[in-house]
Design a protein around this ligand. Structure first.
Ligand code: EPU
Length: 333
């Protein structure tokens, strides 16, 4: 294994913030990954996939692991409706989604064009347009960082929630591969307003129609991180009590609200940020995207603390106006 010292991490996070790693390694298989863990058992560790949901405010004083685990294996017969595909963690997420759609396998089409790697998809249970990746995951194969054992976690054991999983809660595992459960049959079920509108002229949308519609909606609303560095949604959509929502609705009757657990509703962080005056607002190098205020964009700094300052400004503005504390969805190091 080659270990690089003082490696710049700017190209490894989609916000393009500058930081250096004390140690950096790119293991190509499970054996090399285990070797990294053994060689530096006492060092603090950070695993980076696509780096699309994280940024740095300071140097990382430990070992950064950027796995290069590639490959894919399909296990199903042509007669079966069920398709099982094991995909290695470092494969590009959207390349994989495109592959499944081209083969006619359904399940992941709503999750088209999400940046990042396959291995990152279960960590925060990526979701878009009424779908979450947990609904297509059968198993996740991972290394237990403490014991260096390779284990397999069933869907249940992954403890998936809204942008949440055991991998996020415990930070105990490094994901090696994900086993997906897809279907050969497909029926479009309208779930999400923007997507239904995009598909309104097509009577029986195919999986490819849905993928294309998702791509169109995303391209309109979300900035390309290669052009304007960003990490997608910066905050999670918050849960509030029904009473709290009713109070806000006295002034903002169009507050989006979706039923969640008893007594709670999920509302829209984008709406709150918008109404707090932060839609398309820019402060120096950092701003919110004009078409979707939930996304913070970097207009030209490599200093992550500027992003944190802007984040705090938005949190304060929303809290002062609505009494809601937004929680970041991205990881800040
Ligand atoms: N809205 C506004 N003003 C705006 C934009 C949106 O008020 O300028 C309100 C509207 O009421 C709109 C609502 O926000 O109906 C929801 O907006 P959108 O459909 O864009 O969805 P979101 O809840 O803001 C979530 C995910 C996105 C995902 C979209 C589409 C989270 C944190 N974000 O955003 O995920 O693409 O739904 O399904 O759940 C990501 O996680 O990085 C991400 C981009």
């Amino acid at each position: 294994m080659e270990y690089i010292t003082g490696k710049s991490l700017k190209e490894y996070n989609s916000f393009k913030t500058e930081a250096s790693a004390k140690l950096f390694a790119e293991p190509k298989n499970a054996e090399e990954l285990i070797q990294c863990l053994n060689d530096y058992s006492k060092e603090k560790k950070l695993v980076i996939g696509g780096g699309c949901n994280m940024f740095f405010t300071k140097d990382f004083n430990g070992l950064v692991i950027h796995p290069q685990l590639k490959g894919m294996r399909e296990a199903s017969s042509k007669e079966d409706d069920d398709v099982f595909i094991e995909v290695m963690a470092s494969e590009d997420w959207d390349d994989f989604v495109k592959y499944t759609v081209e083969k006619g396998f359904s399940g992941l089409e709503n999750l088209s064009l999400i940046p990042g790697t396959v291995g990152a998809s279960p960590v925060q249970n990526i979701g878009a347009y009424g779908a979450e990746v947990k609904d297509c995951i059968r198993e996740v194969v991972a290394i237990d960082i403490d014991s260096c054992e390779i284990i397999s976690l069933s869907n249940q054991e992954c403890k998936f929630g809204y942008r949440d999983s055991i991998f996020k809660q415990t930070n105990k595992y490094i994901i090696l591969s994900v086993i997906f459960h897809l279907k050969r049959t497909f029926n479009y079920i309208p779930k999400y307003f923007d997507l239904n509108k995009e598909l309104e002229d097509i009577s029986n949308p195919t999986i490819m129609d849905v993928r294309n519609a998702v791509i169109n909606v995303r391209k309109r609303k979300l900035p390309d991180e290669k052009v304007l560095p960003n990490c997608g949604s910066f905050f999670k959509n918050p849960y509030i009590t029904i009473e709290h929502a009713d109070k806000i609705k006295q002034n903002y009757p169009d507050l989006p609200s979706f039923p969640f657990q008893e007594g709670l509703i999920k509302t829209s962080a984008a709406f709150l940020i918008d109404k707090a005056g932060y839609k398309g607002k820019r402060n120096g190098n950092i701003g919110t995207y004009p078409n979707q205020p939930l996304i913070i964009v970097n207009y030209g700094t490599d200093d992550g603390t500027e992003i944190v300052d802007f984040m705090k400004e938005i949190k304060d503005a929303v809290n002062n106006k609505f009494g809601i504390m937004l929680e970041p969805e991205v990881w800040i190091f």
